[in-house]
Design a protein around this ligand. Structure first.
Ligand code: F58
Length: 805
């Protein structure tokens, strides 16, 4: 859109006055933010309405992305950027003597997700709008997001995230679009006179699902898509018998995000949440469709529904239910429509994270849905036992071992199933979903994850963005593949120095931020070595920590090395004891290193509390090293690896997840690979001959480091150190930390050496930035659009790189 600075100033002053009856000089940052957000919203309203009208008029096929998590990050700056008025607004604010960054920082960051899965959903929303795809989000409006993390005496404590305290200016309540979701009770099936089956519900708990819509603004294209988040409320005419407890139980459904990233321990509330937003979404999609169509026959040509992991997998039986019970479509036709509409992404290979529900709980809470799942199960067995045998079908039918197995249900009820990086997609076929792959090989495919360079470079890394504009022009802002133009400057000494200077500037900024937030002074000239992701044993923050302890001991012995600052950001699931112990030890090591004058000139450790999207925007631009060190075969893809690469950080990585694609993109010389491969680890499993103790006994450095966990050298960690020590030595180190220790140290030593040659380092950074464009989520959603959702015509420029799993 077009907006001059002067126009903006007038409209902004006007808005602030209307809102607060005061001149802007008297307003707080929060108030200025509210005024600016509302003004921005007013700019979005028309294109939002227009986009919707156009989709309806042109009968555009629409994608509905169902996800129990969305992590959009702050929206003000990104909306201004995408509208094309960020520069004018900033200039206007400055002219008013206001600080744009201060105002942007007043926005709460909606933590409606745990980590990668939720962030991916939001990146896809931004990308779909930006490539002009009709993509809608469907999720939950959690009143409280992921807990706020604080450290008390080095221990993680979890505080409530009251993110809506000041309201959420980006949402609009659409009570006229509310639907009813039914739980519990029992179902009566009665043939009606017209020959249809009538389904009569008795004694159900009814919940009103009220949608709140959030605009998803496309980049410079006038497109505004919709993210619909559902809130649970008591039914309007609840009647006199409705108790306060009942009301309370309903409110609970959308009160808090399930914060557990470690396993999916069955919790009824979680099951309620899953059905709640899934049913609400399906009902509202069908209702909208039926406003302009008098039968469901063409539904699958207009609608694609994607389920982000299995949390919304009930979309499959729920769509069957609506088609059969409400729309009177027969089973076969309903199944044909459902299969054509549904597709599913798997995000994990960890068997403990594959969702299952006890049949008792499931059938009690969702009796009609359970009947339909039983019928899906019955027909699946009938169809495939003859060819594949009872034993195999028993293993993979939707119902088995007294459980509803959601990944199997999702695979059976979708026409496409994808993993999120090539290795992950291969392992799905080989292990986790192997039997189902035998039956439905054509359904399996890979779609490597993506990120949005708009947030990570254009907004998060302004110094780099400006340098790029100067050197290669601004085309990369529209098409990130244009970053490849950087290769032309690989020998441009001046430019390489500029690149380093940009990084140095970002590091100074982060140093300031660290000082402000945790009151720790860090040396901006150190190597900034970053590991930012959820805390999980398989991600191996512990390996990183052991590396730090080794450095500590080496420095104590008198070794000199370039100063390294280790930066961690990671939340642990509240119930994940081991992860929390690792946090405690890290904090203790940070203190130990910091208070030792012999060591602190060479080594520093900072664990920043409450890592999230907004903090990532500050850390990533300043990173020199990106630690992506999961046990090979465990990390489905990773996405911080892509973000950090796009900021020119060098990746220190195992051959896992999308690290492999990053390596293929930048070449072996521009990434630091170490550790066991997935094949080697599979070999250990098969032979059963991994003995972590052998590594401990063989390697004196490892020996010394592990002993530190139990010999009292690290103050204040007696039980935590012992537990970790035991996990590694007595319980045989499930994640092969000890096996990879030596090669991890060697890789780190190479990085230390390389850092002594700034120009060579800059060349490698350049290649990483230049090749990061391929990981733009814009391309990812286009591949989904072409190959899964069928919303984009096949085009010749498709490189087809992700079609094969
Ligand atoms: C992550 N999963 C994967 N799950 O671990 C990561 O490799 C991948 O890059 C990312 O998805 C996107 O594909 C993930 O974030 C969760 O947070 C679940 C949320 C619900 C509870 C169980 C974990």
């Amino acid at each position: 859109m077009a907006l001059t600075k002067e126009q903006f100033i007038t409209e902004f002053k006007d808005m602030a006055l209307k809102l607060y009856a005061a001149p802007i000089e008297d307003l707080s940052s929060q108030q200025l933010y509210q005024a600016l957000a509302l003004l921005t919203r007013s700019y979005i309203a028309q294109p939002w309405a227009d986009t919707k009208e156009r989709y309806d008029e042109e009968e555009t096929k629409q994608v509905f992305y169902f996800s129990i998590e969305f992590l959009p990050g702050r929206l003000l700056q990104s909306n201004l950027l995408n509208l094309g008025i960020l520069d004018e607004v900033e200039a206007g604010l400055e002219e008013l003597d206001l600080h744009p960054q201060k105002i942007f920082a007043a926005e709460a960051d909606p933590g409606l997700g745990n980590g990668g899965l939720g962030r991916l959903a939001s990146a896809f929303m931004d990308a779909m709008a930006s490539v002009g795809m009709a993509g809608n989000g469907n999720g939950i409006r959690y009143q409280y997001g992921l807990f706020k993390q604080a450290f008390v005496n080095g221990y993680q404590v979890e505080l409530p995230d009251d993110w809506m305290r000041n309201g959420f200016p980006w949402e609009t309540r659409k009570e006229n679009r509310a639907v009813t979701v039914k739980f519990g009770g029992w179902v009566e099936l009665r043939p009606s006179r017209s020959g249809h089956l009538r389904v009569i519900y008795h004694n159900t708990d009814d919940v009103l699902a009220v949608p709140y819509d959030v605009a998803m603004v496309g980049y410079h294209n006038g497109v505004v898509n919709n993210l619909r988040l559902w809130s649970a409320e008591a039914p309007i005419n609840a009647g006199p018998h409705f108790t306060l407890e009942q009301r309370e139980r309903i409110n609970q459904i959308t009160q808090i995000l399930y914060p557990d990233d470690s396993d999916n321990a069955g919790k009824e509330l979680r099951l309620r949440q899953e059905y709640f937003f899934t049913s609400a979404g399906i009902q509202s999609i069908v209702r909208h469709y039926r406003r302009t169509h008098n039968s469901m026959a063409g539904f699958a040509d207009r609608v694609a529904i994607h389920i982000n992991d299995t949390h919304p997998a009930m979309a499959i039986p729920e769509l069957m239910r609506v088609l059969m019970d409400d729309e009177h479509v027969g089973w076969d036709e309903a199944w044909r429509i459902t299969l054509k509409v549904m597709s599913y992404t798997n995000h994990t290979l960890l068997s403990e994270a594959l969702e299952v529900w006890p049949i008792d709980m499931f059938s009690g809470l969702l009796p009609r849905i359970y009947q339909i799942v039983q019928e899906i199960d019955r027909r699946f067995r009938l169809a495939f036992v003859p060819q594949f045998g009872q034993a195999m079908i028993d293993r993979i039918a939707p119902l088995g071992n007294g459980q509803v197995r959601m990944a199997y249900l999702a695979t059976i009820g979708s026409h496409a199933v994808n993993g999120v990086a090539p290795l992950h997609s291969e392992l799905l076929k080989k292990d986790v979903l192997h039997d189902l792959f035998q039956i439905f090989p054509e359904r399996f495919n890979n779609k490597t994850n993506g990120i949005t360079p708009r947030r990570w470079i254009q907004i998060g890394d302004r110094p780099l963005a400006h340098l790029l504009d100067k050197k290669i022009g601004t085309a990369w802002r529209q098409n990130p593949l244009a970053l490849r133009k950087l290769h032309d400057y690989i020998d441009d000494t001046r430019f390489l120095a500029d690149l380093n200077a940009t990084k140095a500037e970002n590091k100074r900024e982060l140093a300031k931020y660290i000082d402000q937030t945790v009151h720790v002074k860090v040396d901006p000239d150190a190597i900034f070595d970053v590991q930012i992701k959820r805390l999980h044993a398989y991600k191996r923050q512990l390996l990183h920590l052991l590396g730090i302890l080794d450095a500590y001991l080496a420095i104590k012995r008198g070794e000199k090395r370039p100063k390294r600052l280790h930066i961690f950001g990671a939340k642990a699931a509240p119930s994940y004891v081991y992860a929390k112990e690792i946090i405690k030890v890290m904090n203790a090591v940070a203190d130990m290193v910091d208070s030792d004058p012999e060591v602190s000139p060479y080594l520093q450790v900072v664990f920043l509390p409450n890592y999230g999207v907004s903090m990532a925007e500050k850390i990533i631009p300043a990173a020199d090293i990106s630690e992506q060190i999961s046990t090979a075969g465990k990390e489905a893809s990773g996405t911080s690896n892509m973000k950090l690469m796009s900021a020119g950080a060098l990746t220190l990585a195992t051959l896992d997840g999308a690290n492999i694609e990053i390596k293929n993109a930048v070449g072996d010389d521009n990434i630091e690979i170490f550790g066991l491969t997935e094949k080697e680890i599979a070999g250990y499993y098969q032979r059963g001959d991994y003995r972590s103790r052998d590594f401990y006994e063989k390697d004196p450095r490892l020996h010394a480091v592990l002993d530190m966990l139990v010999n009292g050298k690290i103050p204040g960690i007696e039980t935590e150190g012992r537990d970790i020590y035991n996990a590694l030595l007595m319980y045989n180190d499930e994640y092969f930390v000890l096996a990879d220790f030596e090669s991890y140290l060697a890789a780190n030593a190479r990085l230390d050496k390389l850092y002594q040659q700034p120009e060579l380092w800059a060349k490698k950074a350049l290649v990483n930035i230049a090749e990061s464009g391929r990981f733009s989520a814009d391309f990812t959603v286009q591949r989904y659009g072409r190959e899964i959702w069928h919303v984009i015509p096949q085009t010749p420029e498709d490189d087809g790189s992700d079609t094969e799993a």
